[in-house]
Design a protein around this ligand. Structure first.
Ligand SMILES: [Zn+2]
Length: 300
C-alpha cells in the first residue's frame, strides 16, 4: 500500500484534511470505524496511552464470568463510575461525524466504543461492535435490563456506599479519579467487599453482565458478519481514534486493504494498520474532523 499521503506529527494537517475531503467527495459515503480515541475529548480516557501501550489492565471476560467476587468488584466500581460516565457528552469529533453523515461523506459507523456518544451526537446507522453499557444481560437466563434500572437496584441495596467510597477518596488515593472506557473506576478492596452486587430479578443469580464485550470475550458472529458485509460494500474505510491494536477492529482494515479500497486513519499516535493505510493524519480528532466537516459541509 502507498504511504505517500502519510502526514506525520510535524507536517501540516491541512494538507491531509484537504486530501481526505477530495477522496470522500470523489468516492461517496465511506464506512467509518471508531475507537476510544474519539471519546477521550469527552473525558473518557483510552485504555492505552499515546504510546499505544496499556495503562491499566481491564477486567477480562474470563475473570468476570469465573467468580461472584469478580462480579462484585466490577459492579461496585461501575456503580460509582456510572454517574461520571453518563455525564460525558459528545465532543466536536462526534458532532463532525454526524455532520459528515448528513452530507453523504460518511456512511455507516462501526464503533468499538460502548458509550453511546455517536448516537447522542445525532449519528445514525451506528453498529456497536463491542456492545453498549446502557443495557445489562443475565448470563444465566438471558433477561435484558436497562442499565439505569440496575443502577437503581444497586442504589437501593447499597445505601451509603457512594459516600463510603467517596469518603475513602478523602483519606488518600483509594479511589482513582480516572474513569475507564467501560465506566469502571479503581476502588479499594475493603470498599468492594461491603458492596451488594445486583441480582437478576427473573432467576435470582448474580450473573448480570453489562452488554459489552469484555477483553478476552468475543463479538457475536452475526455482528461481525454484518460489519464484513459493510466493508465489502464500502467505497472507502475511515478509521477514527483507534490504534488498531485489537483484532476485532483491525480485521476490517485488513479486509478493506484486501478489497483495494482507500483506508484513511485519523488518530493520535502510532497504529498497527500503517501497512494498510493510504491516508494518515496524526492529529487530535475534534479539530481535525471539524475541519473536514467544514470542508465538505460549509453551509451547515
Ligand atoms: Zn437471570
Amino acid at each position: 500500500m502507498s504511504t505517500e499521503a502519510v502526514v506525520d506529527h510535524q507536517a501540516d494537517n491541512a494538507v491531509g484534511v484537504a486530501e481526505v475531503a477530495a477522496l470522500l467527495r470523489e468516492r461517496g459515503p465511506a464506512l467509518v470505524l471508531t475507537g476510544a480515541g474519539i471519546s477521550t475529548e469527552s473525558g473518557i480516557p483510552d485504555y492505552r496511552g499515546p504510546d499505544g501501550n496499556r495503562r491499566v489492565t481491564p477486567m477480562s471476560h474470563q475473570e468476570f464470568t469465573a467468580t461472584s467476587a469478580a462480579r462484585q468488584r466490577y459492579w461496585a466500581r461501575s456503580f460509582i463510575g456510572w454517574q461520571r460516565f453518563t455525564a460525558a457528552e459528545p465532543n466536536a469529533g462526534h458532532v463532525a461525524v454526524a455532520r459528515l453523515q448528513r452530507v453523504g461523506a460518511f456512511g455507516d459507523v462501526i464503533t468499538q466504543n460502548v458509550d453511546g456518544l455517536h448516537q447522542q451526537a445525532g449519528a445514525s446507522n451506528v453498529i456497536e461492535l463491542h456492545g453498549t453499557l446502557s443495557e445489562v444481560e443475565c448470563l444465566t437466563c438471558g433477561e435484558r435490563t436497562d442499565r439505569d434500572f440496575v443502577q437503581a437496584l444497586m442504589d437501593d441495596a447499597n445505601h451509603g456506599f457512594a459516600a463510603l467510597a467517596l469518603g475513602l477518596v478523602g483519606d488518600g488515593s483509594q479511589v482513582s479519579s480516572q474513569i475507564r472506557p467501560d465506566g469502571d473506576i479503581v476502588l479499594a478492596d475493603e470498599a468492594v467487599q461491603s458492596f451488594t452486587a445486583p441480582r437478576c430479578l427473573v432467576c435470582g443469580h448474580d450473573t448480570l453482565k453489562p452488554d459489552v464485550v469484555f477483553f478476552g470475550g468475543s463479538v457475536p458472529k452475526p455482528r461481525v458478519e454484518a460489519c464484513f458485509e459493510l466493508t465489502d460494500a464500502a467505497p472507502a474505510l475511515v478509521v477514527l481514534g483507534s490504534s488498531l491494536k485489537v483484532m476485532s477492529g483491525y480485521r476490517f482494515v485488513r479486509r478493506a486493504a484486501a478489497n483495494g479500497i482507500p483506508v484513511v486513519v485519523v488518530t493520535k499516535g502510532p497504529t498497527r494498520g500503517d501497512a494498510e493505510t493510504t491516508h494518515r493524519i496524526d492529529a487530535p480528532l475534534g479539530v481535525t474532523l471539524s475541519a473536514l466537516a467544514d470542508e465538505l459541509a460549509p453551509a451547515s
